[in-house]
Design a protein around this ligand. Structure first.
Ligand SMILES: [Zn+2]
Ligand SMILES: [Zn+2]
Length: 166
């Protein structure tokens, strides 16, 4: 969806709000496509002293496979939008991933939502930030409780223990 901004482009203090939904189901993560639900975005573009600032949020529910424990999960994600829109990208701007060019005084919401989403999603897809993963020896999912593998002692501690036992 294109958001027309000609009304506010020359009018400091003016703003335009927007809501949109973007289909990011083609977004690949490892071997999975976790964004099966529409990604909703809403916010405002405000002319702040001549600079077009877009703020708002992107939210959806992702359905993924955990990189650490291989369990399937779904999780709500909400990502803030805070970007700058410019009529033309300068060389400096093009290195800044939070600056987007307008096209004929319109903002390409899909492009912005996609970029904000991709740049903010963690590089690893985890069922939870505290995921304990699988035991590297027996393969048990440690989120379900500890496994019965003996903890291997660090050889330095083993030597220390021998000394203490004497
Ligand atoms: Zn996990
Ligand atoms: Zn184990």
């Amino acid at each position: 969806m294109l958001l027309g901004l000609s009304k506010i482009i020359d009018c400091p203090g003016a703003s335009v709000s927007f809501t949109t939904s973007v289909d990011l189901s083609d977004l690949q993560y490892g071997n999975t496509f976790p964004v099966t639900e529409p990604v909703h975005a809403e916010g405002t573009v405000r002319n702040t002293a001549g600079v077009l600032v877009m703020t708002g949020k992107v939210h959806t529910t992702i359905h993924g496979v955990c990189d650490r424990c291989a369990g399937e999960f779904h999780r709500d994600v909400e990502i803030p939008i805070d970007v700058v829109l410019v009529e033309e990208l300068s060389n400096e701007d093009s290195e800044d991933e939070w600056v987007f060019p307008l096209e004929a005084e319109k903002a390409d919401l899909e492009e912005i939502v996609r970029t904000v989403f991709v740049l903010n999603l963690d590089s690893k897809l985890l069922c939870s930030p505290e995921c304990k993963g699988l035991c590297c020896r027996c393969g048990k999912n440690l989120n379900d409780g500890p496994c019965s593998c003996e903890k291997e002692l660090d050889p330095r501690f083993a030597a220390l223990r021998q000394l203490l036992d004497k």
